[in-house]
Design a protein around this ligand. Structure first.
Ligand code: ATP
Ligand code: MG
Length: 691
């Protein structure tokens, strides 16, 4: 079908149009030569990508044959929505263009999981494989570590988390273990041989149990593509492969793309090297810088220089910060969004004042007509928003938080999901271990015995009925066996089987957890979320990979149509924008974090992080500088307050880009009666009792 109207193209600037129409004049909707769009923040990269997809669909391309890769599932949903809107404009008022078929939109991990499931048999994988999230993976790593005796005999062996980080880095960077240790974990270098054994054992355990961890989704996908027949088959599934935020992909992801589209036909990637902030997870900015030369003839390159997001003073300040970076692909971002208000650099006494100041200003903005949804508070680390959360709750300002403790990390939610996973894949020991230990009087040893007893059986769940029940588990044992059996046989159908899981869990919930009421509400919410997925398999897969970001706690997440502001880590704020953005703790020690050990490349990543944060703001940007700052768990000193200094990324020479102000709220201590000056050291008294 010909497009009814070209209106959406008229809105674009010349460079954007070049990217949207790249190759179409000569190839139509068939895959054309590869393209890289490299451009600064807010220049319309994501918009351009969405418009290109819509344009292709309007010209008759099949949305089912398009692969759209984004950095989060949320971003994929947002992108699909943008495509739908623009496609509607292409179609004109009367016609209806369907983008329903656009179902290959997601993260590398999510898409990898689906493709692997599709051809599991072909790849010798258990088609019922379950996926381990980071915590499960660390638990399994720990299990293997104990089996090998590394934790008992060897002092100062790296923790399970560090072991997993090392393993993951080696996999994602496609780097030999020795190099990873030398470059990123030098203090673990002496353990190289042990680690090698540990990782071999870990891989073996995963295979025996039919589980894949996050890294496996990329690794198996990439290895499958090394087989020419499979690569050809998979590559032929997609005419167009489009990737957003390409600067934050790792070696493995780049290899996947190259194997999927060796000649680059139909491949379009967009990104900004100045915004690369995932090197700590083995992402490499080389991917984007090297992209054009990986093909012959080289890929087309389009740069976008006009920023549509931010006002001139905000953009000037952000540009100034990134201009001090050591290495980058130089861009000249400009905007015609005039404004007189420079970004604010607000100095407050401490973090408590910081929270009060922000709450007050958020409310003032709202009085001036800015909705809460137009406002966001960003921070380096999830824990930094604690004081602010308390303050917002106190003042009844609704908010959602992204990038913090995830809903699905909550113990009770994990318990129920583990039951589903264990029913799906009875060889998944981490899931089984978790479920069995929910029973009364069943500890690790008893759980282990049960799992060992059923492991060799061809059908472990059938074997469960005959296995000797753990002593003292009582009636909880047959209840578990029945629940698992009916879940395994899918007796109740999806999603009603989630209700069955919840009923099974009910007595354990009461026994194991405080505030059962809140947790029960979470489980009801889980059931509602489940209703949005077509099958248990898709539900478990997508939730494990990229769970909904909002935490639910006593305050409860605001309902969808309520007005609320956003709290987010900078990492999770990638690609988004708000009218007003507050940035917490713009002080050395926090941005950059960890002044002691930071190597130059780490420091540079912190600078880009600040740049990403600043460029989220459209109209108002406030950088908060508390003069006293609470430092958690410093090795030598313990928790303590330190006197903080403004971040080194804004040296005096850049101060002209900011408006400086001091916020001095009411001193809460002045309001309460004076405290006695007497000091007692209770902790040493307590210790002295046992001397
Ligand atoms: P980031 O680097 O932060 O991911 P980006 O380059 O992907 O940014 P977008 O999010 O696509 O930028 O666009 C930024 C804003 O500019 C959006 O609000 C978008 O709608 C708007 N925009 C993009 N192109 C145009 C245009 N040609 N005319 C008007 N507005 C535009
Ligand atoms: Mg973007």
């Amino acid at each position: 079908a010909e497009s009814g109207t070209r209106a959406p193209l008229a809105r674009l600037n010349d460079a954007q149009r070049l990217a949207v129409e790249h190759g179409i004049a000569t190839h139509g909707v068939r895959p054309g030569p590869p393209l890289l769009v490299i451009a600064g923040a807010g220049s319309g990269k994501t918009d351009t990508l969405a418009t290109r997809v819509a344009h292709l669909i309007a010209l008759g391309a099949d949305p089912r044959r398009m692969l759209l890769l984004t950095f989060s599932r949320r971003a994929a949903v947002e992108m699909t929505r943008r495509v739908e809107r623009v496609a509607g404009q292409f179609a004109g008022r009367d016609a209806r263009l369907t983008t329903d078929g656009l179902h290959w939109a997601g993260t590398f991990h999510g898409i990898g999981a689906r493709l692997l499931r599709d051809c599991a048999e072909q790849l010798g994988l258990d088609p019922a494989f379950t996926i381990h999230d980071r915590e499960d993976s660390a638990d399994l790593m720990n299990l293997v570590r104990h089996q090998l005796g590394f934790s008992k005999t060897t002092e100062r062996f790296p923790t399970k988390g560090t072991c997993l980080a090392i393993y993951s880095h080696a996999v994602n960077a496609e780097m030999p273990l020795g190099d990873v240790l030398a470059a990123h974990f030098p203090w673990c270098g002496v353990w190289e041989e042990e680690l090698r054994k540990l990782f071999a054992g870990y891989v073996e355990a995963k295979q025996a149990q039919g589980v894949l961890d996050y890294d496996d989704l990329l690794l198996y996908w990439c290895h499958a593509l090394a087989e020419p027949a499979i690569a050809a088959e998979m590559g032929a599934r997609f005419d167009h492969v489009l990737v957003d935020e390409y600067q934050d992909t790792n070696r493995l992801q780049a290899s996947i793309l190259l194997r999927l589209k060796p000649d680059g036909r139909g491949l379009v990637v967009v990104g900004d090297d100045a915004q690369s902030i995932y090197a700590f997870r083995a992402a490499t900015v080389r991917n984007i810088l090297d992209f054009p030369q990986q093909f012959s003839p080289p890929a087309g390159v389009v740069t976008l220089e006009r920023n549509y997001r931010s006002t001139r003073p905000i953009l000037a300040a952000a540009n100034a910060v990134i201009s001090l970076a050591h290495e980058r692909f130089t861009k000249n971002l400009w905007t015609d969004r005039e404004a007189t208000q420079r970004p604010l650099l607000t100095i407050v006494r401490d973090e408590a004042d910081q929270a009060r100041c922000i709450a007050e200003r958020i409310l003032r903005h709202r009085e001036e007509g800015m909705t809460l949804k137009d406002q966001a508070v960003l921070f380096r680390t999830s824990s930094h928003s604690a004081a602010l959360e308390v303050e917002l709750r106190l003042r009844n300002i609704p908010f959602v938080k992204f990038g913090g403790l995830k809903f699905l990390d909550a113990a009770h939610v994990k318990d129920v999901l583990a039951l589903l996973r264990f029913a799906e894949n009875p060889r998944d020991r981490v899931a089984g271990f978790r479920v069995l230990q929910l029973l009364p009087h069943v500890g690790p040893a008893a759980a282990q015995r049960v799992l060992d007893a059923i492991a060799p059986a061809p059908s472990p769940l059938l074997a469960l009925a005959d296995a000797p029940p753990p002593p003292k588990a009582g009636t909880a044992w047959p209840a578990l066996v029945t629940a698992l059996r009916s879940l395994h046989e899918r007796a109740h159908g999806w999603p009603s089987e989630l209700a069955l899981a919840r009923r099974w869990y009910e007595p354990h919930l009461e026994r194991l957890h405080e505030n059962a009421e809140t947790r029960r509400a979470d489980l009801v919410q889980l059931e509602q979320i489940a209703g949005g997925y077509p099958s248990r398999d898709r539900f478990l897969m997508e939730l494990t990979l990229d769970p909904p970001g909002a935490t639910s706690d006593e305050a409860g997440a605001p309902s969808r149509d309520e007005d609320y502001c956003t709290l987010s880590t900078i990492h999770s704020a990638k690609g988004q924008e708000w009218k007003s953005v507050f940035l917490l703790n713009v002080v050395d020690g926090c941005m950059p974090s960890d002044i002691g050990t930071g190597q130059q490349h780490d420091i540079e990543e912190e600078r880009r992080l600040l740049y990403v944060a600043m460029t989220r703001a459209k109209e108002a940007l406030t950088l908060m500088v508390p003069q006293r700052f609470f430092v958690h768990r410093q090795a030598q000193y313990g928790d303590r307050h330190v006197y903080a200094a403004r971040t080194r990324f804004i040296p005096d020479a850049l101060l002209e880009h900011f408006e400086q102000d001091h916020w001095a709220g009411q001193d809460p201590e002045a309001l309460s009666p004076a405290k006695s000056k007497v000091r007692v050291d209770l902790s040493s008294r307590m210790k002295a009792m046992w001397d």
